[in-house]
Design a binder for this molecule. Sequence first.
Ligand SMILES: Cc1cc2nc3c(=O)[nH]c(=O)nc-3n(C[C@H](O)[C@H](O)[C@H](O)COP(=O)(O)O)c2cc1C
Length: 220
Amino acid sequence: MSDSEPGTAPTIDLREAMRTARSLRRFRPDPVPDEVLARCLEAATWAPSGSNAQAWRFVVLRSPEARAVLGPAFREGWDWVRTIYGQSAEPPAPDDMSRQARLTRTMLHLVDNFEKVPVYVLFCYRLSGFVSEFIEAGSIFPAMQNFLLAARAEGLGTVPSTWFTFGEDKLRSVIGMPDDWRIASLVAAGWPEGRHGPVRRRPVGTVTALDTWDNPFLPS
Ligand SMILES: Cc1cc2nc3c(=O)[nH]c(=O)nc-3n(C[C@H](O)[C@H](O)[C@H](O)COP(=O)(O)O)c2cc1C
């Protein structure tokens, strides 16, 4: 459980939070108190958005009706990911400790235990019709990232997921979402079974250019 007092947000060095907010998919059953979730959601509202429109809505999902939609959606999403990566339907062999096998196991755990995830949060945005949906979505993902970092500071584990798309129509109906709103992402959150740890990313020199596409900004 987090060591935070109700109403008091724990602090963590910002760079350390960014460096260690890797996705966690195994959660303990302990509930996430509303005040902890509220602090993370407040951090989400501090994100920038085009024209400061803040055309977002965060939907906290705990209902059995929403979980009934998410279960089959997660299973279908997993099948889709598995097919894309050419993985077998069987779980990895117990002695396979490769990175891929560990990732597969943790994804499978999330799929098999979707109903035990303490809470899900949907990140939704309203279409203005002035710019492309792609650009409009740019005004919701900063809010999701603020949420992920605030959750990291609280000691919560999180993982974003696109698997809700496999049950999106039903989910929209369960929550009564108006037609001009879109779901950008779903985040599963809870007190982690495992530990936060460093993310693995390509070095900045390999993904950054100076002035022209192939001119390195930094040595790689
Ligand atoms: C928009 C988005 C969608 C994602 N969808 C899923 C998902 O459906 N299932 C899942 O297990 N992880 C999902 N992830 C987590 C990524 O797999 C993860 O961030 C990536 O592999 C890097 O690992 P790390 O977060 O542990 O550093 C998603 C991440 C993002 C940003």
